[in-house]
Design a protein around this ligand. Structure first.
Ligand code: ZN
Length: 155
């Protein structure tokens, strides 16, 4: 798949990345429909903050292609929006709606987990929020553009 890859300040290129695969029962593969450039993306691009090299993009909207056996609440064909952090959706914090405090959570684009500025992504422990309706039957990926990040908009 193609994805935006950060190589250091003022160096971002579109490059091939391995297609995401489900390696844990809490994984999901999401086809990115829209991704956005966050203000914090500009900080490291300008050299104003440190950032690991690698795939970038932590705010996106996409369509779930497949999920691991333990993923609940989303499934193939669901349209989802993801914030800058991933979470497992099952710990006490997640169950209370405070997914940013997930005990198994972390941030996308940490040098190990690919970001959302690419064709597809597979968070280690996804908990993207489903948007109303199903997306099955919609067109193929358009991953340039702007998205409205923030799963809390559903609350
Ligand atoms: Zn959690």
């Amino acid at each position: 798949m193609l994805a935006a890859v950060y190589n250091g300040p003022r160096s971002i290129e579109v490059a091939d990345r391995p297609d995401p695969v489900i390696t844990a029962p809490t994984d999901a593969v999401v086809r990115v429909v829209l991704a956005c450039v966050c203000g914090s993306d500009l900080w490291y691009y300008r050299g104003e903050s440190p950032h690991p090299t690698g795939s970038i993009g932590h705010e996106y909207i996409g369509v779930v292609e497949r999920v691991g056996a333990d993923v609940r609440g989303i499934g193939g064909g669901d349209l989802v929006i993801a914030p800058f952090l991933y979470s497992d959706g099952v710990c006490a914090h997640c169950q209370a709606g405070v997914t940013v405090s997930c005990v198994a959570g972390g941030s996308f684009c940490n040098g190990e987990i690919d970001g959302g500025q690419g064709d597809k992504r597979s968070p280690t422990t996804p908990h993207p929020a489903p948007l109303p309706g199903r997306a099955a039957g919609r067109g193929r990926s358009r991953h340039h553009g702007a998205a409205l990040p923030g799963h809390s908009a559903l609350r």
